[in-house]
Design a protein around this ligand. Sequence first.
Ligand code: NAD
Length: 468
Amino acid sequence: MSLTYDELLAAITTPGGREVRDPATGEVIGAVADSDPADVAAAIATAKAAQPGWAATPDARRRALLHEAADAIEADAEALALLLSREQGKPLNGPNARFEVGACAAWLRATAETPIEPEVVVDDGTTYAELHYRPVGVVGAITPWNWPMMIAIWQIAPALRMGNAVVAKPSEHTTLSGLALVHVLDSVLPAGVLVPITGAGEAGAALAASPEIDKIMFTGSTATGRRIVESTAANLPRLTLELGGNDAGIVLADADPKAIAEGLFWGAFINTGQTCAALKRLYVHDSIYDEVVAELAAFAAGVPMGVGTDEANVLGPLQNAMQFDIVDRLVEAAKADGARVVLGGEPDRAAAGYFYPTTIVADIDPAAALVVEEQFGPALPVVRYADLEDALAHANALDAGLGASVWSSDRARAREVAARLQAGTVWINSHGGVDPRIPFGGVKASGYGLEFGVDGLKAVAVPQVVNG
Ligand code: NAD
């Protein structure tokens, strides 16, 4: 049976708790109670008690339950999407709230169907050794506010599939979305295998530092990733760290500006730029620079931004004031430095809601803050280059190494350039697409460990060799 929006909200809101506001309008939409240290400890104890029974449940049954969880999400999809839109700000339509809820169901199903078998490592007549993947135990799942349901599923689904229990902590900025997702999943899962906690950094730190936690799956900023490494040093839970990115795209001289404009746009502006592996700095060859900028700006100017519950919009507000201020500061600094604002750049600071207009900044210094800092919003800097070696040097100069892209009409040439980029994924003629069958993870300060596919399942298991 499907829930209405009001029923879903009533199940997860705590009257009298911290107010949650719609970032597009400022309206209060609900309230949450933040977990205190005793709540965190109780949640971990509940998960720990449930985990052995879950680990003993046959894999076929766990897989069937992941499919049932996907069914439950599909049944409640409209209520989940509306809540996500109202709390996160992303529109219902476009690659946004409905798309995100659909991806949650798709990821659960793909995770259920990913084969994982013991591997025979040696079988030479004398020695026989197999590698098995056993449950880790209790997994702490800590998520950011940009894709609050989908990123949570990326952590929860493989962890459950491999026989672990999960304590999930959504971002304090999107707590209701996280609680709503867990509420729907828990309608089909055995009690205690998936337990939510709420709160900000203190709750996350308490989870990471707990001696009862065996693995932390963390997605968020590099600064917080470093704190998690510190707070886990005493107990050594396993870590998967998906951290900040500042993805470069390089447009080669042979690219077709008109053909690539739409792909460049969505690579940079999906989720209004608030995406880990979005295109955050674009390097374009001088010979086609003006044409690429003009085509991109022309496409961008036609993409509607506004309140997410209006079906016409496909770009929304920034999720919070802090992120608005970061984007505003970076664009203002670029302007002061003489960069050319081709589109946007003038937010209505008096408006209700954290709307920052779609912004393209051309003829910008490659060392400008808007280029070298992660903007995480709808403001793309476009840098001109003449020598590909310079573009590669700029692309690889930063600490970040999540994604990158190469744009060219010559696939072989693009693949040669891709091989020289320091990033966990390099896309050719697109940017940012993820797939539950394809491993995803960062290099350098964008983190370590892989999610998705069989590598993602192994990441939430402990290897055990059976020798003999
Ligand atoms: P954030 O690091 O501020 O917060 C992420 C989560 O960590 C939140 O739940 C927060 O409460 C929690 N947290 C904060 N301090 C903590 C601590 N000391 N110990 C444990 N948990 C703590 O990140 P954010 O602002 O929510 O998200 C934006 C960032 O996330 C961007 O840098 C973006 O690039 C990155 N991101 C990366 C990926 C990826 O897959 N690599 C995906 C999405 C977002």
